[in-house]
Design a protein around this ligand. Structure first.
Ligand SMILES: [Zn+2]
Length: 221
């Protein structure tokens, strides 16, 4: 009660504002006002597959394009410590997934230790936390680990991206025997090179395990 009162008073003096238009948000809105939220370009064809990932099903919430609310949200999630955006995206993503496609465990794509140290958190893990909150599926942040420092992917060509992340991941512990379906959580799918490495690694250790990719957004390809 006191907490709510405090938040209400705080809101009067420092109202939350829409990250896109700056308009004051009402209680039911988070990070974007309803009008700006309409600017998201939903992915309607989930699950879909990517050539690089073979038959692996992918679920994505939005198309990632410049100057869209999706880009603004992802930017604030990654670079402005707005981890709550990850929670909201994870919950929204989970709501789009039919029960038969839900995995038994969730693994966020890990950041390099340098990036995690600089950022202080892994944005994909926060999307995973939202997904976990909505579905009750356990998020395991220490199973999939990063073992090699891969330099930034953003300026590399597609072939070079594949080489850059080769051998970048390992399993911190083996998958429990009873697990037959795992989900990988990512923020934005670009070329799929990182996910290819992750999927290959899991398939190498557990060839029978079914894998599904969940991402908040997919870049135009
Ligand atoms: Zn707005």
């Amino acid at each position: 009660m006191i907490n709510k009162l405090f938040n209400d008073v705080l809101h009067v003096f420092f109202p939350d504002r829409c990250l896109q238009c700056g308009y004051e948000l009402i209680e039911t809105e988070a990070f974007l006002c309803v009008f700006c939220h309409e600017g998201h370009q939903r992915v309607y064809c989930s699950p879909f597959t990517l050539t690089i990932l073979g038959a692996t099903n992918c679920f994505c919430l939005y198309h990632f394009q410049e100057k869209t609310p999706t880009q603004i949200l992802i930017h604030h999630l990654k670079y402005a410590s707005k981890k709550g955006i990850g929670l909201e995206l994870g919950k929204a993503l989970a709501r789009t997934v039919p029960p038969e496609h839900l995995p038994q465990l969730l693994f966020p794509v890990p950041l390099t230790s340098k990036k995690k140290l600089l950022r202080g958190y892994n944005q994909s893990e926060w999307i995973g936390r939202g997904f976990e909150q909505h579905t009750g599926i356990k998020l395991c942040s220490n199973t999939l680990i990063r073992i090699k420092h891969a330099s930034s992917q953003t300026k590399l060509k597609k072939e070079d991206r594949l080489k850059n992340v080769a051998g970048a991941f390992a399993l911190g512990k083996p998958l429990p025997q009873e697990i037959t379906h795992v989900g990988i959580l990512d923020d934005v799918i670009t070329t799929g090179a990182t996910l290819y490495q992750v999927v290959s690694l899991i398939k190498k250790h557990s060839p029978e395990v079914h894998i599904t990719i969940f991402a908040a957004a997919i870049a135009n390809r």
